[in-house]
Design a protein around this ligand. Structure first.
Ligand code: A2H
Length: 256
């Protein structure tokens, strides 16, 4: 665990259509989807990039919970994350974190989702093997234009859809231009991945370097080229986009 607290923006990504396998698993646990809004909760450090979401990643190896968040809202995340939320007054009952149902990431893959601010109205849940169970919520929203991890994972999914048991089209949404920087143009992550010749999501050292370069350039040199804060510096736009998402009940602050 990190010594310094990390503040995340938790993005509420609504599940709009469940795969048959998931429906079966939920009905076996007598979890009735009727009248409920179920959200994948993705922890991000880059709320200003949410216009460019192209899918939501879960780990096929993680067991997630579906937790009652009050007002007929249910959250999909790790138990660890919901427990933390319950002590941050983000849930109905402080310290209560019993799941209403449990579901493996592997059966959520292929679900249709609606991600706030994304230029794409309908996206899919896809697998990412490098998602860590002990960080954030265990759910990662994909922004391939600005996240080197997300970009290289999307390429891998497009190259091996059979292996991942997905449809290639689910992983084929184009990166969206969100931020322009002097060094990398409008698709920071793609440019850096190509310059550093990163070939695989398992290329740990090169990816760590790519992440560092992308984060610094976007934050200190970037200008928004999309959305309500188009033309503003990323430094200025970031807290504003975050505040807007929170005000519209599409996100909340989650600390760990
Ligand atoms: B970021 P930190 Cl555009 N396992 O969001 C692996 N990665 C995780 C995770 C987990 N359990 N939980 C969150 N993350 C990712 C956007 C983004 C992110 C962009 C660019 C860089 C970037 C879209 N994905 O992160 O270790 C999430 O991806 C660069 C590190 O707490 C989250 O922000 O510093 C970030 O890692 C949190 O990483």
């Amino acid at each position: 665990e990190a010594v310094n607290p990390q503040e995340y923006t938790a993005i509420k990504i609504k599940v709009t259509e469940w795969p048959e396998a998931a429906q079966k698993v939920l009905s076996e646990q007598s979890f009735d989807l009727n009248g409920k809004s179920v959200y994948l909760i993705a922890a991000t450090l880059r709320p200003e990039t949410m216009y460019g979401q192209t899918c939501c990643f879960v780990s096929p190896k993680i067991e997630y919970g579906i937790f009652d968040a009050g007002n007929n809202d249910y959250y999909i995340c790790t138990e660890r994350a919901f427990k933390n939320m319950s002590f941050q007054d983000l849930t109905p009952v402080r310290g209560y974190y019993q799941a209403s149902a449990k579901i493996s990431g592997s059966v959520i893959i292929g679900a249709k989702i609606k991600a706030p601010l994304s230029v794409y109205p309908e996206l899919r849940v896809l697998p990412m093997e490098t998602v860590l169970a002990n960080k954030g919520t265990g759910v990662v929203t994909s922004v391939p234009s600005n996240s080197p991890d997300d970009y290289i994972t999307a390429i891998d999914l497009q190259n091996k859809p059979e292996y991942y048991k997905i449809e290639r089209e689910w992983a084929s949404f184009e990166p969206v231009a969100i931020i322009e920087t002097p060094t990398y143009g409008t698709v920071t992550a793609k440019t850096i991945i190509e310059q550093l010749k990163v070939k695989s999501p398992k290329d740990k050292d090169a990816l760590a370097q790519a992440k560092e370069l992308a984060y610094k350039e976007d934050f200190y040199q970037g200008v928004m080229v999309i959305g309500k804060y188009k033309g503003e510096k990323v430094e200025d736009a970031k807290p504003k986009v975050k505040a807007d998402l929170i005000a519209s009940n599409e996100a909340f602050v989650y600390d760990e």
